[in-house]
Write a protein that binds this ligand. Sequence first.
Ligand SMILES: Nc1ncnc2c1ncn2[C@@H]1O[C@H](COP(=O)(O)OP(=O)(O)OP(=O)(O)O)[C@@H](O)[C@H]1O
Ligand SMILES: [Mg+2]
Length: 345
Amino acid sequence: MIQFDAVHKRFPNGTTAVHDLTLRMPEGGVTVLVGSSGCGKTTTLRMINRMVEPTSGTIRVGGKDVTRQDAAELRRSIGYVIQQAGLFPHRTVLDNIATVPLLLGHGRRRARAKAAELLETVGLTAEAGKRYPHQLSGGQQQRVGVARALAADPPVLLMDEPFGAVDPVVRTQLQDELLRLQKELSKTIVFVTHDVDEAVRLGDQIAIFRTGGHLVQCASPAELLARPADDFVADFLGAERGLKLLSLKTLAGVPQGPAPEGEAWTLVLDAADKPLHWASKDGAEIPVRPLKDGDSLLAALDESIASPTGLVARVDAAGRLTGVTSRDDIHRHAGQAHSEARVAA
Ligand SMILES: Nc1ncnc2c1ncn2[C@@H]1O[C@H](COP(=O)(O)OP(=O)(O)OP(=O)(O)O)[C@@H](O)[C@H]1O
Ligand SMILES: [Mg+2]
């Protein structure tokens, strides 16, 4: 757990970067810091590993006041990932990842073996390990950055807009990878981003800052979307708050019934019961995108709009039809998602 108590940071030039911050970042969870440029996110992050010292207040990591710990040692126990990955240009990818294990006194061989393992963990090939950073794409470099931050197996990971410089498709892939890794590793992660969708996807809690280093609200994504504390937060979250809330809820638990037969549209299945398309009586075909229980209500709503019947085809893990769900059922459940978030808040 990381605990900020009445933390204030004023730079020598008079700029207040962080104003009286009290915030708890739970162990094994992802806390996302968002807010407009210059609102103190990076400063907050860098006070955790003492790259910046607070003017007043205390910061504890795992119950220990960071100022009572050796700064170099503290930094080695905390992984740090930044936007441009910050790799050493003249070292191979493998040696970049092995840097911290070497610093920690692991032998060269063990450090490299660990690095090779991490390369695979973040989805890169052994061949990529032999290259130099400039020979990789931006997305691959970010993966190396993550691998390097994980190399010392630190309990805490600080990530400052790590996926800010890659295109949206790669960005989504990197987010998926991080979510998968986090399921296995349960690190305490502090993640800075400008992107509300990224915050909603990755965060167990989201802390929203306003210029001058003021924390405005810290809550779970669902709570924040359902009950923004003020107009600033509501504006920041954007116009599609309701839809974003739906992206958090899954289809599991939404009722399903048998597919229609002998009506205007029929759902055509293959021999293994996998949906192929919708077919009309006069021979028209409309594509179907079957959804699984883990898919979001937002995806379901989207599919129900594309579907000629307003029905969504539901399938099991093997892709076999289990039933169909109507747009009304999705709407009813969507309304429930909203009131559940209110109760939780
Ligand atoms: N070393 C410094 N000396 C003086 N002022 C600084 C220093 N570092 C940051 N600041 C100021 O402190 C404020 C907060 O900066 P910080 O980098 O924490 O913002 P941020 O939220 O990370 O912004 P961005 O989204 O643009 O990365 C800004 O006004 C910035 O100009
Ligand atoms: Mg910053």
